[in-house]
Design a protein around this ligand. Sequence first.
Ligand code: SAH
Ligand code: SF4
Length: 369
Amino acid sequence: MVPLFRWYTRRVSGGRTALIGLSVGELEELLARLGEPAYRGRQIAEWIYGKAVDSFEEMKNLPASLRAKLAESYTVSPLVVSDHRTSTDDVDKLLVHNGDGEVYECVLLPYKDRVSCCISSQVGCPMGCTFCATGMGGFDRNLTAGEIVAQYLLLQKISKKRVSHVVFMGMGEPLLNAKNVVKALHILHDEIGLSWRHLTVSTVGIVPQIENLTELGLPFNLALSLHSPFDEVRSKLMPVNQKWPVDVVMGAMKKHHRKTGRKITIEYLLINEFSDTIEQAKALASLVSGTPSVVNLIPFNYVDTTYGYSRPSPERVRAFRNVLEARGVNVTERVERGHDIAAACGQLAGEHHGRFARRDGLSELPVSS
Ligand code: SAH
Ligand code: SF4
């Protein structure tokens, strides 16, 4: 028999299908197919998405016979935790897989006023950015919507407080896996109840996919990893710039703003004497002027590349920031967390650094829309 939900789920170890990733409607449909009343689907959704429960045993309002029947063919989460580290500043980094050894990472980030998490959209990444540990490791596969949402639920389970914010800044390029990422965003919003404004998707700038998202018009935050306003610098950092240069990708972001009303977020990586020059600060200010935006400065987290990149001094970061602020740009600065467990952006490389097949041609990108 053709599995009903094969587009949304993956079979996990033991051949059972995971339920995380199914909407309430799909769970109702599944339960009806099993000869159960559809409302059981809603009850299961409440346990999975409302209470972050990950075993059928705990679903106390289901009859024991149904719990046993479900456990024979299904599992709640597709994820197996293979490593869990907690940093001295309270960041949890989890390394997970599906029983198949293809590991990926997610990070829990408690702040004073909120708890955020950083999740992966792919195992590895094919984009080959020259400063990024994930990119250096190559690409394995896209994650399903269930595998994406399951990372959030796993982190919610270990968090003392409600995890209210999600950023897609873990492993992978979310817009190469747009179909599953959008489905995951819907579950995070519609079923788990997170605010669109607290969901942020960071992209390297896959222009046709930005345009598709503009058409969809969902009001989550779209963040562009710009890293330089100059094509010659950006192309050295990010091969994607050869396909969609700065003016093209910024044009797509501005259209997105006009359609959704959401301000543009620009992620800006500061690499010492490379992307952190005063000329680039001035050009960046011009690029965003006239569009409601925020520039998030990210001082380079050290990754051993062959290019000798290093982190700028606090004085250089301040000088760059001053130029932007003097021109009226809203600026935030990323504080590195989880340093002792390598949990920061760009350091999520799993345990398989260099193992994946490297894809060099952008024409081969495994885009799903
Ligand atoms: N692929 C997406 C999202 C994952 S990367 C993207 O590139 O936007 C999340 C963020 O981490 C991006 O802004 C990326 O540029 C940044 N990053 C990657 N390597 C880094 C490093 N070594 N130091 C600091 N930030 C890094
Ligand atoms: Fe991929 Fe983002 Fe890393 Fe670039 S920075 S290689 S797009 S994960």
